[in-house]
Design a protein around this ligand. Sequence first.
Ligand code: MG
Length: 388
Amino acid sequence: MTRIAILGSTGSIGTSALSVVDTHADRLQVVALAAGNNVHAFAQQVRKYRPRVVAMAAPEGLHALKQSCDLPASAASGPEGLVAVATCAEADIVLCASSGTAALEAVLEAIACGKTIALANKEVLVMAGGLVMEAARRKGVAVLPVDSEHNAIHQCLHGRQPGEVRRLILTASGGPFRGRTRDSLRNVTAADALKHPTWQMGQKITIDSATLMNKGLEVIEAHWLFGVPASRIDVVVHPQSIVHSMVELKDGSVIAQMGITDMRLPIQYAFSYPDRWDAPVPFLDLARMGALEFHEPAWDDFPCLDLAYRALDADRSLPIVLNAANEVAVASFLQGRLAFTAIPDLIARTMDAHQAGPAGTLAEVRRIDAWARERAEQSVRALQSTER
Ligand code: MG
């Protein structure tokens, strides 16, 4: 029996993970769950899975949860709640499926306790990839990627020596605005941007897909997971999202991982690794797919991708600033306070204002993150007042 703790159990990845648990109830058991603010959905999960540790983002949420189901002795809210779930004594694997950076401390604590990490959250690595991977290396803990592209690369690299690998090639669907010019995107709304063609996901990642920042964050994520420099990580647009990513070897062979677009596949891979279990989803029918296309990304129309490469080249603190400014920009866009095309401008402006330096401790990471959020927030307010 593999015992699972989930950070972010009511989100898109969390619910897919619980569906994998249901499919393989003879091998997987839920022991700890943390959710954001969705009391109704979380109460159903707590009743069904009877976790030994539960957590919610806010004390009010936990209070409301108590009214609708019996809670275990260990129930907490806020950052301590996330840490309690991530360090649950019975858990073998911690699935980090919450979006944003709130789970960073919890992931580090889980690593310190020797838990295997199944990582669906990319912000944690973008913000503190050096800290997380170094902690995992020291403790001998595996960080298994659940993000579909990195999961694909993990599969393609299985059993290979680093010296065999020439390039990592991440595929990108291109998002809902593929083929559009930057000028034509000035007046798009949050509702337009939330219509993703191939993946059903949470709001933050769907907007990131529309700006291509999601792919930018994934380039940084790939750098930390696989120890490959930015110059050897490429992005190719592949609208069908069937090839999840590829690895080019030095003799010119390209190894690709393919599958249907369903996050239960990479989640199950992380839960079963290094074994493989029967598919929880329909098998891929390539003949029915017909054509698979590949294109160069439209760098000028979607500047966020280039910003991510710029941040990774500078290394050190700049990826923290990129990530924090992006979170502020996406939240502001969703609130109708910022135009879609102003998202990359706001990030670039915040990066330009930052003096890059070392970020070798959690305190430094959090300080730079807070500075960048405040700075980006100021820029949003300044933009709004000039519009008025
Ligand atoms: Mg992805």
